[in-house]
Design a protein around this ligand. Structure first.
Ligand code: ATP
Length: 917
């Protein structure tokens, strides 16, 4: 142990034994005790402390012991039944049968164990993709840090929607309310402020503290980290939460419930048949019992739930690869049924790479050259410096602004809001130096931007010692705060002001917005020198309007393609944005969201009663200047119309609509933790195209589950019909119980699994979404299962009769039956891989490497089954002549042809409507 750890251990031990009452200490004392300053730790010290205190995370819940996980595989009614059958078989002398049954149960458990492990691994791997981040000050600069790297002494910046990354003593709080329900159970957000509390204050009353894991409901805060990881309040009471914890989805629950009922019915029927066989056909009870075992074994698709679980897990992994991280597994199923996607505009449909393109003051308008964040370009003509009004405007844009530009290897990028970054670039193009301006116009206070009030304001000390207020925000909002405007021309008063010409500005705003530009308005006012705190009353009226800036934020190219995909997939796209209605409509037109998109503002939505909103939301595709409440109404109205709605959100107030939507989607980059928590899915790249990719994967998953079912169940159906018929008619069983088990096992763990990995069918995004309540097994699929079961039965009895008549005896006949069923399944697999179109295409015939590999395994297993002496002993199989092998393959080919003919016929009759196949 080195000295430093020894010291830290002592110190930690001391702190644990006698916890410091951080909440009661004045801020200065907290800084001093933690040996830090309000500029934060320097980078080296942060690194040292990380080594000393360890990562800021809670201990992960202990995973279930592998042995327990393995044993859990046996906890299933059917397995109990199989094991009891094995015991009975052993008692009555069928020792080999008993051994095989136990062997098969073991294989089933091993496969289940491995698949479950892989599914969990897939889910754990994506957890890291959405690990929380935090903004920290280190060495006086802002950093975006992984929340796990935060250490005591770090200075953290937080705002509404953030989740506190550690226990934090506030240094500064503005309008701060924190939802502490996870700690105190109190659902009303607690008000916070930096003043220390009494030493004895209870947890819920420590208003100078923000505790790890709690959510900031409103406001902004800066604070110093006092405890991390398991040293935090939440760390004392719980281990890690979050991520995906369950593999259960409604679909799996439904299938498991179905499986249980099915098993019970099968057992009861089997018992009735046993009685029938003994009473009517006078079977000896031991034989009758083995028949019942055969039936029960044949009827239950034992591998199905495991294959479906892995299909879902693969879906989750594929989605993650396409930047959509599913937080709740049921979303995988729901995504496939989405019929409307409601999307934000900025950053999702557009690039969120802003460039200030136009600047308009009362003197006129100038275009700005250059693109991106590099400060290269100029306002207006290259060789004329910006005029006074423009410089005034640009200065206010630089000061009422929290963004920083950083340059690395000649590339400029933004720390903070991209639009604010573009304003810093603009200021540099106008010849202003950000650092110099910001230090000579020190900021005293601010009202942070909030989507609700749509502006931001700052109070600055001017170089001469006076006070100035700067405001920027949605232009019509800022106009409403102004009575006068800045002017340098004739008619101006001495201070350079004239009456506000609102009509002039509205024209300017409309012209820029119609171009698809995002527009901001700017205003300023002189403040009393003594003013130290900025309140809403200080900015509501009496400001001087400085002008507007228009930004271009080009649509994402991939979003355009994704919108087109949605159109062909029958999915409506609605843009719901906080931006100006004309800007939104122009971007919607560029993206071809609708031919001539109808647009509406939040205020207009307010005027529509609920009863009429249903029709409105169908017809309108752009909703602008909306607030989170509008989003909630829109989702509800769409859902009332029967839609399955996916909705994006990023702000703290979006949580209700994200929860209401069938698939709530949070932005990974610009989304708040509050939004991520409420969402089913998180987009790592904030990109609309990733939503559509996830829908594509969701549809594929659902298709594959249907394929797995419609491929697996007929095997059981065929086997069951054969056994029942044999008993009713008093015939010899065409397969023994262990042979039935062999077929089920060998097929499920090979070909059944392959279906879970199937790629999407080519037309997956060219058909309408499935209905909200469309059943998993549709009329067509039910028919399909019955039809294929009957085909299998014909095949089984046909080959059995053929073999018996040619005098080959029961062992050979049964071996041929097993081979025939397997071969028919192989051919049926090719048919089922394309549920919606013919399988006679090059890709279909060639299969995938996975399909071919699995077929190779099955063929090898069947050859062993048929020709290996040890298999003869285990399964009572016997070698089959080459000519008979050819007959078996011919049966497979005929099966394929019949099924393709049936698919074509169904398509022609219209029974195979894409929506419900
Ligand atoms: P979307 O919902 O598509 O993401 P948005 O980003 O335009 O839209 P908000 O962030 O709610 O929506 O912004 C609404 C309006 O508020 C913007 O159109 C702009 O006029 C103004 N605004 C946005 N960010 C700021 C900011 N940092 N400072 C001042 N005003 C802002």
């Amino acid at each position: 142990m080195n000295v430093r750890t020894a010291v830290s251990d002592e110190r930690q031990a001391a702190e644990i034994a006698q916890p410091v009452a951080w909440h009661a200490l004045p801020a200065d004392a907290v800084l001093a005790r933690l040996e830090t300053s309000d500029e934060g730790l320097d980078l080296d010290e942060a690194k040292r402390r990380l080594e000393r205190y360890g990562p800021n995370q809670l201990p992960a819940p202990r995973p279930r012991h592998p042995v327990l996980r393995f044993l859990a595989q046996f906890n299933n009614t059917l397995i109990y039944f199989l094991l009891s059958a094995a015991v009975v078989a052993a008692i009555i002398g069928h020792v080999v049968d008993a051994g095989v049954i136990v062997g098969v149960v073991l294989v089933n458990a091993i496969v289940g164990f491995i698949q479950e492990g892989r599914a969990e691994e897939a889910l754990n791997a994506i957890r890291d993709m959405i690990a929380p981040h935090a903004r920290v000050l280190r060495g006086g600069r802002q950093h975006d840090a992984d929340a796990r790297a935060i250490v005591p002494g770090d200075v953290v910046l937080m705002e509404a929607g953030d989740k506190a990354p550690a226990d934090i003593r506030l240094l500064r709080a503005r309008n701060l309310k924190v939802d502490e329900a996870i700690l105190t159970g109190e659902s009303v957000p607690a008000e916070k402020e930096e003043r220390p509390t009494g030493t004895d204050a209870a947890l819920g009353d420590r208003h100078s503290m923000v505790f790890s894991g709690t959510l900031l409901a409103t406001g902004q805060a800066t604070g110093i980290v006092v405890a991390t990881g398991s040293g935090t309040e939440i760390g004392r009471i719980s281990t890690m939460i979050g991520g995906i914890r369950t593999l259960e989805t409604p679909l799996l629950v439904q299938i498991n419930r179905f499986g249980r009922i099915f098993t019970l019915v099968a057992m009861t029927t089997a018992a009735a048949l046993m009685a029938f066989a003994m009473l009517v056909h006078a079977y000896p009870w031991a034989d009758a019992l083995m028949i019942v075992v055969a039936l029960a074994v044949g009827v239950v698709p034992e591998g199905l739930p495991a294959v479906i679980t892995i299909t879902l897990a693969i879906g989750v992994r594929r989605m993650a690869r396409r930047n959509a991280v599913v937080r709740r597994l049921p979303a995988v199923e729901t995504l496939g049924a989405v019929s409307v996607i409601c999307s934000d505009k900025t950053g999702t449909l557009t690039k969120n790479e802003m460039t200030a393109r136009r600047i308009a003051t009362s003197d006129g308008e100038s275009l700005v050259s250059g693109s991106g964040y590099a400060p290269e370009g100029a306002i207006g003509e290259d060789d004329t410096p910006p005029n006074r009004s423009e410089t005034e405007l640009v200065r206010s844009a630089l000061l009422c602004n929290d963004a920083q530009l950083v340059e690395a290897d000649g590339r400029w990028s933004v720390l903070g809001d991209p639009m604010e970054g573009a304003l810093v670039t603009l200021a540099m193009k106008a010849g202003l130096h950000p650092e110099t301006e910001r230090s000579s116009w020190a900021r005293m206070d601010e009202i942070p931007f909030d989507a609700q009030h749509r502006f931001m304001a700052t109070l600055n000390r001017d170089p001469a010692g006076g006070g100035r207020i700067f405001v920027k925000g949605a232009p019509e909002r800022v106009l409403a705060m102004c009575a006068r405007q800045a002017a340098s021309n004739a008619g101006a008063t001495e201070g350079g002001e004239t009456e506000l010409d609102a009509a002039y500005w509205r024209r300017r705003i409309a012209a820029a917005a119609a171009n698809g530009e995002r527009v901001l308005g700017f205003a300023a006012a002189v403040a009393p020198a003594a003013l130290e705190r900025l309140a809403f009353e200080d900015v509501e009226t009496g400001l001087v309007f400085l002008g507007i800036v228009g930004f271009i934020d080009p649509p994402r190219e991939e979003a355009m393609a994704a919108v087109a995909d949605c159109r062909s997939a029958g999915i409506a796209v609605k843009m719901i944005t906080g931006d100006h209605v004309d800007t939104a409509a122009a971007i919607a037109r560029q993206l071809a969201i609708a031919h001539d998109p109808r647009a509406m503002t939040g205020a207009e939505i307010d005027a529509v009663p609920d009863a009429e909103l249903g029709a409105v939301v169908e017809a309108v595709s752009v909703f602008a200047r909306t607030s989170p409440e509008h989003k909630l109404r829109i989702v509800r109205a769409l859902q009332n119309n029967g839609h399955v709605v996916a909705m994006t959100g990023d702000g703290v107030n979006d949580a209700p609509s994200l929860k209401q939507a069938d698939v709530g989607i949070a932005m990974g980059r610009k989304g708040t933790e509050a939004a991520k928590e409420a969402a089913e899915m998180v987009l790592v790249d904030d990109n609309f195209a990733s939503i559509v990719a996830a829908v594509h994967e969701g549809r594929t998953v659902f298709d594959n589950i249907r394929k797995v079912i419609s491929w697996t169940v007929p095997t059981n159906g065929g086997e069951t019909i054969c056994v029942v018929l044999a008993i009713l008619l008093g015939l010899a069983l065409p397969m023994s119980p262990v042979q039935i088990l062999w077929i089920n096992m060998i097929l499920t763990v090979t070909l059944g699994l392959v279906l879970a990995f199937e790629p999407a069918e080519p037309n997956v995004m060219r058909r309408p979404p499935r209905g909200r309540n469309a059943p998993l097994v549709t009329g067509f699929l039910a028919w399909r299962i019955l039809f294929v079961s009957i085909l299998f039965t014909i095949g089984v009895f046909g080959i059995f009769e053929y073999a018996m008549r040619s005098g080959q005896g029961e062992r050979v006949a049964r071996t041929m039956v097993v081979n025939t069923l397997v071969v028919m399944e192989i051919f049926y697999l090719f048919n089922v891989r394309y549920l919606h179109m013919t399988s006679f295409n090059l890709k279909g015939v060639l299969g995938t490497p996975a399909v071919l590999g699995a077929i190779g395994v099955v063929v090898a297993a069947q050859l062993a089954f048929t020709y290996a002496p040890f298999m003869h002993a285990l399964f009572e199989s016997a070698p089959v002549a080459i000519g008979d092998g050819a007959v078996i393959i011919a049966i497979g080919v005929v099966t394929m042809l019949v099924l393709e003919a049936e698919k074509a016929l169904m398509r022609r009759m219209g029974a195979l409507r894409p929506a419900d196949t």
